[in-house]
Design a protein around this ligand. Structure first.
Ligand SMILES: [Zn+2]
Length: 79
């Protein structure tokens, strides 16, 4: 096992590979990679499109954190 203090954030700009306007290929929880460096998370649904950001517009990037194809079928999930 390699040990890294930031295993999932060592190459954040490389991993944020979805642009605003791109189709969402799979339902899941995505990390929002703002142009100025702040982060957030949101759920996006397959067949939808990644929206431009209110703060950084089309410069925002998105990254899949956790694919959840059955998210909306889970009775415990209430958005
Ligand atoms: Zn933004």
């Amino acid at each position: 096992m390699e040990r890294s203090p930031f295993p999932s954030e060592s190459r954040p700009e490389f991993e944020c590979n979805h642009n605003a306007g791109d189709p969402v290929l799979e339902t899941g929880i995505y990390e929002i990679c703002h142009a100025q460096g702040s982060r957030g998370t949101a759920v996006f649904l397959q067949f939808d499109y990644f929206p431009p950001c209110t703060c950084c517009g089309s410069r925002v990037r998105y990254r899949l954190l956790h694919a959840a194809p059955h998210l909306l079928e889970d009775p415990d999930f209430r958005p």
